[in-house]
Design a protein around this ligand. Structure first.
Ligand code: SF4
Length: 363
């Protein structure tokens, strides 16, 4: 199949089949950036309300730059991958400080923004400024691998180079915005990962995967993901009608989000049951928070065990609600653990991991 023929057919398909989405047909690089960051690893149906909320809360990049990080994180709550929101916030400040408030208008400069990789930079540069640079995301890998029979591992350096070169070769230089959107849309809605619609496909007669029945094999991705198992015990201290929470620091998941005093006990999930038994009779708790303060606490509840799955981590968590009666002890626990007291309404406003949100719903 000729290069021109491929892009022409693809764009034609796109014009007839594209979904109507609020970030389509816009040239505002900030809004395009928002949509791209939100949609990374997120389905359109899930990301759409977030996009609309962000545009409403922060209509311009200057509005986001002025916002507090915790407000950005609160709006992001539930999307996961919170470093993306933090990077976006920091980059909005970069746009104000380094680029004088004007969103950078070319691939090279866009790439200097924090958290912006080659895919996002290409998307913004081509959609907003029609720069001739090809996007290569999961959809593009899939479509190119299947149609052109590229059997290289998409996670390898060699594979990335091959796909990049092919994608840029196929890109019609004067139609980069529409072409890039077309190939992504085709991958997202027609040549889908699990159930590509081959019988009605415009490329059926030219498709390597269809001819060789390799739709389920291509693209090739060799997984090297190592899952870490973690076991959290949260101590939820209540005092009067408030609970104690703190912001998570650097160097671990959920930086900038709020949770409780957290003890990380065991790495192996098999031992959870034994741990649970110990927690029920509070002996482990006594060991962890000190025998001397235990008599001044009332254990109000031990939660069910929660399982929370992240890309590289599987977390098992349990919450122990401890009511404090003495003001001295409350002050001591607050100070020693960098905690602050929050009313239920204030807790609601804080950005929190979904694991914490789910637990709070049970209180
Ligand atoms: S024929 Fe099937 S595998 Fe090939 S491009 Fe079309 S939908 Fe994808």
């Amino acid at each position: 199949m000729q290069t021109e023929d491929f892009s022409f057919r693809l764009i034609q398909w796109y014009e007839q089949n594209k979904r109507s989405l609020p970030w389509r047909n816009i040239q505002n690089p900030y809004h395009i950036w928002l949509s791209e960051v939100i949609l990374q690893q997120t389905r359109v149906s899930q990301g759409l309300p977030y996009y609309l909320r962000f545009v409403e809360a922060f209509p311009t990049v200057a509005d986001m730059a002025r916002a507090e990080e915790k407000d950005v994180l609160r709006l992001w709550q539930g999307l996961g991958y919170y470093s993306r929101a933090r990077n976006m916030h920091q980059s909005s400040k970069m746009v104000m400080d380094k680029f004088g408030g004007e969103f950078p208008n070319n691939y090279k400069e866009i790439l200097t923004l924090k958290g912006v990789g080659s895919y996002t930079a290409a998307a913004i540069a081509s959609f907003a400024f029609n720069e001739a640079v090809a996007v290569v995301d999961g959809n593009v890998f899939r479509v190119l691998a299947r149609i052109f029979g590229v059997e290289e591992d998409i996670a390898s350096g060699k594979g990335q180079k091959i796909f990049n070169e092919l994608a840029n070769e196929l890109l019609p230089k004067n139609q980069s915005a529409v072409y890039n959107q077309a190939i992504m849309e085709f991958g997202a809605t027609h040549c889908k990962p699990a159930a590509p619609d081959c019988p009605t496909c415009i490329f059926r007669d030219n498709c390597f995967a269809f001819a060789h029945k390799k739709q389920n094999v291509l693209p090739i991705k060799i997984k090297k993901l190592k899952i870490k198992y973690r076991n959290f015990t949260y101590l939820v201290f209540g005092y009067q009608q408030k609970i104690m929470m703190k912001m998570r620091g650097e160097g671990d998941i959920w930086q900038g989000l709020y949770d409780f005093v957290m003890l990380e006990n065991l790495e192996k999930t098999q031992e959870n049951e034994a741990l649970k038994d110990k927690l029920q009779n509070t002996s482990l708790l006594a060991m962890q928070i000190g025998q001397e303060i235990l008599p001044n606490l009332t254990v109000k509840g031990v939660s069910q065990t929660y399982k929370h799955v992240l890309t590289h981590q599987q977390i098992t968590a349990q919450f122990i609600y401890l009511q404090i009666d003495s003001p001295e002890l409350a002050a001591q626990i607050l100070a020693e653990n960098s905690l602050a007291l929050y009313t239920p309404n204030e807790v609601n406003e804080l950005p929190k991991p979904i694991l914490i949100v789910n637990y709070l719903k049970t209180l």
